[in-house]
Design a protein around this ligand. Structure first.
Ligand SMILES: Nc1ncnc2c1ncn2[C@@H]1O[C@H](COP(=O)(O)OP(=O)(O)OP(=O)(O)O)[C@@H](O)[C@H]1O
Ligand SMILES: [Mg+2]
Length: 599
């Protein structure tokens, strides 16, 4: 219990406006750093707490403003000395304690001239001891007190989504690692499922013990697994976005139908055959893109002789190919050239005029950088669309292994398709869990946390991409299907507002850019938005945590992860001290460039 013997009064309530109160600090409380029970307290700090005893109840509030701005009657007081005007604080009431039980929210309100007390370590212990141990994990300690561990509630964190924001170097990646490690190392969470989309491959080492890493050009020695994303699982628009060039609507429609028909045909070979009427171009059903390319290419190049079959009756007959190509090897068929200026042989008058687009497709199909997409190992269909391994196996690989975390390391993916691929990945996984919602492997039975590092790179505000659409859908309704989001970004202004407004818990680390701060304040509960003024002064690895996963808005110093996440970019100073390499290697370089291969 709190003893009232020690004088902890720091001031008195002067005005009340809902849960926001203005407090004038007592003049007789001379020191701004009182010492109570041997502990030094800093008085009137933004982000720290105060206590207001009201009979049996103690109200708790957080200081959101301090100094002259917190004075409700600034003009009248302006004649007083600076010292006097600065001794005001604004407080937002956040919870109340009856005996030793702390609850969020207040039912009673103070009256003018009520006492306002400093919050001691003993008070804090009571507030923070009210946690549900089963659903909470420790991620650091309360900034003002090394001895108080800081817990977050996983049920709230995951079901209501969360975001970690802060300037570069403020400690976001470390915070992610600490949270994920805290979950993964908890033996009770046997079937925890976390998917971390990692554009820079920072986490492979950091979370090694708890994760299975999928990466393009995986390093087997480092126990990485090859990341395959079968092109046929992409929705039509996303698949087309991989190829350069823009097509006219009628051509698009033609290709759409071609793919749909091929998917219908190939669906007959699947182990469980889907209903034909539900198959669309967007269905995750295989088809051979090589064969599609080959046949479209052949069609464009066909030539026809106009022949009189009966008197006055003419017909176009296809001229035999000079040489038949090979779809598997991406070799075009050879056709006779059309006669210049009309006459036999004639060009195919039904041709779509898409030879340069088809050339673009071929370039992608042979490009080693796109191998993860167009030659996805066992998930590559043959020319008839028959598969060795279907998507269920891929989903098992990704979502049902012996480690709690799956890292999808996208560092090997060409930047021009990063946005589309990362979006598609999230979509494949969300769609799978959405349609599996009534099964034990769905998200309701086994929830999934999707953590998106550098979320601003693929979730640009206002952009109509598959990533934004899917993340918006998860933000709005993921809770119903057991899918939670953890967004990490250094540029919160670029994050979509609809998504940000659905975030239940925000970890705001050091942030200096005023635009970003403004954006964040809009995602924070209104009366606490003044707290953003605290953000520029936070230390590295320290954050203001607001929202549902914490008992009260808390300033937390996160623990430091043992193996710090590091970017895989080479260090210039380490490289430039080495001997120069042999210039013969440029021969090999040129060959690889021409072959579009890395090996
Ligand atoms: N809680 C902490 N305690 C001590 N040091 C920390 C803590 N958190 C982060 N650091 C250190 O600060 C540096 C930056 O951390 P981190 O890489 O997590 O920042 P970031 O916000 O993810 O940066 P970026 O925007 O560049 O990705 C690292 O060297 C890290 O070791
Ligand atoms: Mg980082």
């Amino acid at each position: 219990m709190i003893t009232e013997k020690i004088n902890t009064v720091i001031g008195h309530v002067k005005s009340i406006n809902g849960s926001r109160i203005s407090v004038k600090l007592s003049d007789d409380f001379k020191s701004s750093m009182p010492i109570i029970d041997g502990v030094v307290y800093r008085m009137g700090q933004i982000g720290s707490f105060v206590r207001l005893p009201l009979g049996y109840v103690h109200l708790y509030g957080i200081i959101t403003q301090a100094g002259a701005e917190a004075n409700p009657d600034q003009p009248n007081e302006s004649m007083e000395s600076n010292f006097s005007t600065s001794r005001w604080i604004s407080v937002v009431l956040i919870g109340e304690r009856i005996r030793d039980k702390f609850e969020r929210g207040v039912i009673q309100f103070p009256a003018p001239d009520d006492e306002v007390h400093l919050v001691t370590i003993e008070d804090l212990k009571i507030i923070y001891s009210e946690i549900n141990r089963e659903s909470s994990v420790a991620i650091g300690h309360i900034s003002t007190s090394e001895s108080l561990p800081a817990y977050i509630d996983l049920d709230k964190l995951i079901a209501r989504h969360s975001a970690i924001v802060g300037s570069t170097g403020s400690g976001k990646s470390n915070t992610v690692s600490i949270i994920l490690e805290a979950i993964s190392s908890n033996a009770n969470f046997k079937s925890s499922r976390i998917l971390l989309v990692d554009p820079h491959g920072e986490y492979n080492e950091t979370l090694k013990k708890y994760s299975k890493v999928f990466k393009v050009n995986a390093d087997i020695i480092k126990h990485e697994n090859e990341l395959n994303i079968p092109y046929w699982a992409l929705p039509f628009d996303e698949l087309l976005a991989v190829f350069p060039g823009i097509l006219k609507e009628d051509v698009l429609e033609h290709i759409r139908l071609e793919i749909q028909n091929r998917k219908i045909m190939a669906s007959k070979y699947l182990e469980k055959i889907p209903d034909e009427l539900s198959v669309t171009t967007d269905s995750p059903i295989p088809f051979s893109i090589k064969k599609l390319w080959y046949e479209l290419d052949d069609f464009e190049k066909q030539v026809f002789n106009k022949i009189e079959i009966q008197k006055g009756e003419w017909e176009f007959q296809m001229v035999d190919r000079i040489q038949t190509g090979d779809a598997e090897k991406l070799i075009s068929s050879q056709h006779h050239p059309a006669a210049p200026g009309g006459g036999n042989p004639n060009l195919n008058k039904h041709a779509l005029g898409i030879l340069s687009f088809l050339n673009g497709i071929k370039n992608r199909l042979i490009d080693e950088r796109y191998k993860f997409l167009f030659s996805p190992g066992d998930y590559s269909p043959d020319l008839d669309g028959k598969l060795n391994s279907d998507l269920n196996k891929l989903l098992i690989e990704w979502l049902n292994h012996d480690k709690p975390i799956t890292i999808l390391d996208l560092s090997g993916i060409p930047p021009e398709i990063m946005v589309s691929i990362s979006g598609t990945l999230i979509k494949i996984i969300y769609d799978a869990l959405f349609w599996g919602q009534n099964l034990d492997v769905g998200g309701r039975r086994q929830p999934l946390l999707i953590a998106l590092e550098e979320a601003h790179t693929y979730l640009r505000a206002g952009e109509d991409s598959v990533a934004s659409r899917t993340v918006q859908a998860i933000a709005k309704e993921g809770r119903k299907y057991g899918v939670g989001l953890l967004l990490i970004s250094q540029r919160p202004t670029e994050l979509d507002e609809t998504v940000l407004s659905q975030i239940g818990t925000i970890f705001a680390l050091r942030m200096t850019n005023s635009k970003d701060k403004g954006h964040i304040s809009s995602a924070i509960q209104d009366d606490l938005s003044d707290l953003v003024s605290l953000l520029p002064s936070l230390r590295t690895g320290e954050g203001l945590v607001l929202g549902e996963a914490v008992k009260i808005p808390s300033r937390i110093k996160f623990d430091k992860i043992a193996f710090a996440p590091k970017s895989s970019d080479p260090l210039v100073s380490e490289r430039w001290v080495l001997e120069k390499p042999n210039s013969n290697l440029y021969d090999e370089l040129l060959l690889r460039w021409r072959n579009r291969r890395f090996h």
